[in-house]
Design a protein around this ligand. Structure first.
Ligand code: SF4
Length: 375
């Protein structure tokens, strides 16, 4: 099976911390959707029909598009790949776009999962990040989605935000839980070079959270969500039973995915390909018959490192059976040998035929994972 990812690189305004590829040139919606649908049809033979099991429209801000645009994209994807009614179909939305009529439209189109960027329930912090919505708008948006029939809702939260204390973050987590969402993605703020926030920090106008504070918030997050019945199934992702994101789980499993749109990535298990992250070049290249892209074939070492990196961030961890199947028994023996100091320290846990991080050690997982890579 495979996943489809469709990138909508439009935002109404830019958040101060964001380094994703997106633009505020919203006058280009029509031409972009036109190009996107052409690209989907141009690459329709890339996968056998009816092998797609998830669809994810991400951005940017997909909820900036009109109903008619989304209708056209879904119709084209269905024509090209066959979209079953029951498969997971997610759309990323910003709370300020989610009017009751827009939400009903999404439901009618067959989306069955909403992923909403809330980030914080503190209006001062939201303003500082240049988010467009308020805490109240976020609460109203979640409720409106639930009233329209969406039972599978993810909300994104961030921690380590400027001026945020652990008590503020606890308030955010409890608020999210009280809203009855089924999935929570929580990311620590990373300061990306070239963003307005990075500049503010450089100029001492904003103070960055300390490592100790990040770690305290991460631990609080894990404990609070665990007590509320959420499963911590990937370093930044928590879900009620039965509500894991199938699309993202595909990424972590190494399942192939096909990405459409400017800057979108695709992966077939061996080759990674990415479309040019430039709106004008993307649109004009699609018009001439093929989206401008680059690609790289992963060496066996890269594939091994990728498996280690992605699977060790999940609660299932690395499957030794899968490793043996793909890289041979020697790779398994070597991996267990290299992992043994951390297994002894209980940072890593061997359980049957898999090795995974203990929950408290997930916080330091990046440092350990990189030491398990092959050179
Ligand atoms: S809405 Fe999302 S993609 Fe757009 S600027 Fe903000 S964080 Fe970046």
């Amino acid at each position: 099976m495979a996943g489809l990812y469709i990138h909508i690189p439009f935002c109404k305004s830019r958040c101060t911390y964001c380094s994703f590829f997106s633009t505020t040139r919203n006058e280009l919606h029509d031409v972009y959707v036109e190009a996107l649908c052409s690209e989907i049809m141009q690459r329709r033979d890339y996968l056998p029909k009816n092998t797609v099991n998830t669809l994810y429209i991400g951005g940017g801000t997909p909820s900036q598009l009109e109903y008619s645009h989304l209708d056209r994209i879904l119709e084209t994807a269905d024509k090209a790949f066959g979209l079953a009614d029951a498969m997971e179909k997610t759309i990323e939305c910003n709370p300020d776009d989610l009017t009751p009529s827009y939400i009903s439209g999404l439901y009618r189109l067959g989306f069955n999962r909403i992923s909403m960027g809330i980030q914080s329930f503190d209006d001062t912090i939201l303003k500082k990040l240049n988010r467009r919505h308020t805490a109240l708008q976020a609460v109203k948006a979640v409720k409106a989605c639930q009233e329209s029939g969406f039972s599978n809702i993810n909300t994104d939260l961030m921690y380590g935000l400027p001026g945020q204390k652990t008590s503020d973050f606890i308030y955010d987590i409890n608020k999210i839980i009280s809203l009855g969402v089924t999935h929570i993605s929580a990311y620590s703020l990373t300061i990306e070079e070239g963003t307005p926030l990075a500049k503010e920090i450089e100029q001492d106008q904003t103070i960055q959270a300390t490592d100790t504070l990040y770690e305290e918030m991460f631990n609080t997050l894990c404990t609070t969500l665990h007590n509320a019945g959420f499963e911590h199934y990937e370093i930044s992702n928590f879900a009620l039973p039965g509500f894991h994101s199938r699309h993202n789980s595909n990424y972590w499993d190494g399942t192939p995915y096909l990405g459409f749109g400017a800057g979108a990535h695709s992966f077939d298990g061996m080759v990674r390909r990415w479309n040019v992250p430039d709106l004008d070049r993307y649109i004009s290249s699609v018009r001439t018959g093929q989206a401008e892209s680059e690609s790289e074939e992963l060496s066996e070492k890269d594939q091994y490192n990728e498996m280690i990196m992605l699977s060790l961030r999940t609660s299932q961890g690395v499957s030794l059976d899968k490793m043996r199947e793909r890289f041979g028994q020697d790779a398994v023996t070597r991996f267990l040998d290299e992992a043994s100091p951390w297994i002894k320290k209980k940072d890593l846990v061997r359980s049957g035929n898999s090795v995974h991080f203990s929950e408290p050690s997930l916080y330091i997982s990046d440092g350990i994972i990189s030491r398990l890579f092959r050179d």
